[in-house]
Design a protein around this ligand. Structure first.
Ligand code: 13P
Ligand code: SF4
Length: 304
């Protein structure tokens, strides 16, 4: 057995011993995805966390994802194997900034991307993910304007592709997706004229306008699997190439930009997971007073 396989089988042994479940985001390193009980996008991982009967959730992703699991499952131990795996976009707004903004727009409904801290969720009316954002904004009372946070690109996407035109937003963004330019995409499309172009809604509007499809990470996998096409240009973090190739071994996937790498999503390795399972640290626990306010926004989203 090679070293990776040995570590993976040790992880499976420890998961059983701890009655733990291992959840991994689609951007995680391939060897981490391959040992997980479930790989998915933010929405699928939240749903799985809300339904599991495991005692421990090992969350291979970034901090806000573990916080969301803790909000949904206060009785479970939620472990983020690498404590400082964060999200640059989630850190672009804090609760104080959002509460100041709400004073300026008292009638607005606050829609927060799940990529936010628990404190920001506690100030929000409803959450959304890249998979359900259009459904979420279309579910909101048309007599109230919408304020979206923190991703300006997701908000612009929602405004252009949903029924709602009265959407304003916080000026945050994902540095990985926001760096992809129209010029880069046009060049890759020219090099591969027979490929379909699929983009994540965290990309800029100019990029989204060039897309054949706009999807969450798991939406991309489902779409590629079901499509008759054989070749795709993919605009999101390149960790997605691993599950795409696994799901469609006979198809070709070309990254729109091979440098779209989220350093935080790459921090977790197999040894970190083993240490986390042995010590049950570092735990992420959202304090009760924040959790009680944040859960409303998360549950409203999940109920749609
Ligand atoms: P999804 O997997 O929900 O599409 O989200 C992408 C992302 O940026 C997670 O950090
Ligand atoms: Fe945050 Fe962007 Fe990394 Fe996702 S890819 S965790 S949005 S910084």
């Amino acid at each position: 057995m090679n070293q990776v396989k040995k570590l993976q089988s040790e992880i499976r042994r420890l998961l059983k011993k701890r009655n733990a479940i291992l959840l991994a985001h689609n951007y995680q390193r391939p060897e981490v995805q391959d040992v997980a009980d479930l790989c998915g996008d933010s929405l699928e991982l939240s749903i799985k966390a809300s339904k599991t009967d495991a005692d421990v959730i090992i969350f291979c992703g970034v901090h806000f994802m573990a916080e969301t699991a803790s909000i949904l499952c206060p009785d479970k131990k939620v472990i983020l194997p690498v404590k400082n795996a964060g999200c640059a976009m989630a850190d672009m707004i804090n609760a104080k900034q959002l509460s100041e903004k709400k004073k300026e727009m008292p009638s607005a409904v606050v829609v927060s991307y799940v990529n936010t801290t628990a404190e920001v969720k506690a100030e929000s009316d409803i959450c959304c993910t890249s998979a359900n954002v259009l459904r979420v904004v279309d579910s909101i009372d048309p007599s109230q304007p919408i304020f979206m946070t923190p991703d300006r690109n997701l908000a612009r996407y929602a405004k252009e592709y949903s029924k709602r035109k009265d959407i304003s937003w916080w000026d945050g963004y994902c540095p990985i997706h926001d760096s992809l330019t129209v010029e880069q995409v046009k060049k890759v499309k020219e090099e591969h004229p027979d490929a379909l172009f699929i983009a994540h809604p965290e990309c800029r509007m100019g990029v989204l306008r060039l897309a054949d499809e706009i999807k969450s990470t798991s939406g991309m996998i489902r779409y590629a699997r079901e499509s008759k096409h054989k070749k795709f240009i993919i605009a999101t973090e390149i960790g997605i190439l691993h599950p795409l190739k696994k799901a469609c071994p006979d198809k070709e996937f070309i990254p729109a930009d091979p440098d779209m790498i989220c350093p935080d999503m790459k921090k977790t390795g197999l040894l970190d997971i083993i240490r986390a399972l042995e010590t049950l640290e570092p735990e992420v626990r959202v304090p009760d007073h924040i959790r009680k306010r944040a859960i409303t926004a998360v549950e409203r989203m999940l109920s749609l």
